[in-house]
Design a protein around this ligand. Structure first.
Ligand code: ZN
Length: 191
């Protein structure tokens, strides 16, 4: 190394690189070609050693660049549609249990979204169970909402004992009355 001063050394190696750019990148390319497997194994090992951190970083990156990533994913998907579908089909076949569980979860999520209510603190299973019963009054399975026995406006909470399932039409008839109030006073009008 011709210089002890790190600044000088930096300038020197930068200059050297500028002057020998072509040779150096050809050499690097050559090296990569010859050590392909080794490099891949190294990358893999590095990934395994730093998995959690790398996943967190890429997760954050995806969050920060959501639109770009989505556009990119879409483009990739369009270009590799057939492969992706074939892979997906195979995956379905190989993992029927997982797929059933996943579709159940997705279903529960969709229904919870549809129920369009504040159900924080409830697990999807809980929500699912509430919705599965159908409307509390007419047993309809359409247009379900999760209603509060004691309304939120009267400081009812969103825990399970205060929640039950109503279809939209019964929900609108119920207004802001308590369920228990309703049961004693106006049940007949629901039948
Ligand atoms: Zn109903």
């Amino acid at each position: 190394m011709p210089y002890k001063d790190p600044e000088k050394r930096k300038r020197y190696s930068h200059k050297y690189y500028q002057e020998h750019k072509k040779e150096m990148s050809a050499a690097a390319r050559q090296y990569r070609q010859e050590h392909k497997e080794e490099i891949r194994a190294n990358h893999r090992q590095y990934y395994l050693d730093h998995k959690a951190k790398m996943n967190a970083v890429s997760c954050q990156y995806r969050k920060d660049h959501r639109e770009e990533r989505a556009a990119c994913d879409r483009k990739y998907y369009e270009a590799h549609k057939e492969e992706a579908l074939a892979y997906q089909r195979q995956y379905y076949k190989d993992n029927p249990e997982k797929m059933r569980a996943q579709s159940k979860r997705r279903d529960a999520k969709r229904r919870a979204r549809k129920a369009n209510t504040n159900v924080e603190g409830l697990s999807l299973d809980d929500i699912n169970r509430i919705l599965e019963a159908g409307c509390f009054f007419c047993e309809s399975k359409e247009g379900l909402t999760i209603a509060h026995d004691i309304p939120v406006s009267k400081s009812g909470d969103t825990t399970k004992p205060n929640l039950f399932c109503l279809c939209q039409s019964c929900n609108s008839k119920m207004g802001v009355k308590n369920l228990s109030e309703m049961l004693s006073q106006t049940r007949l009008s629901f039948n």
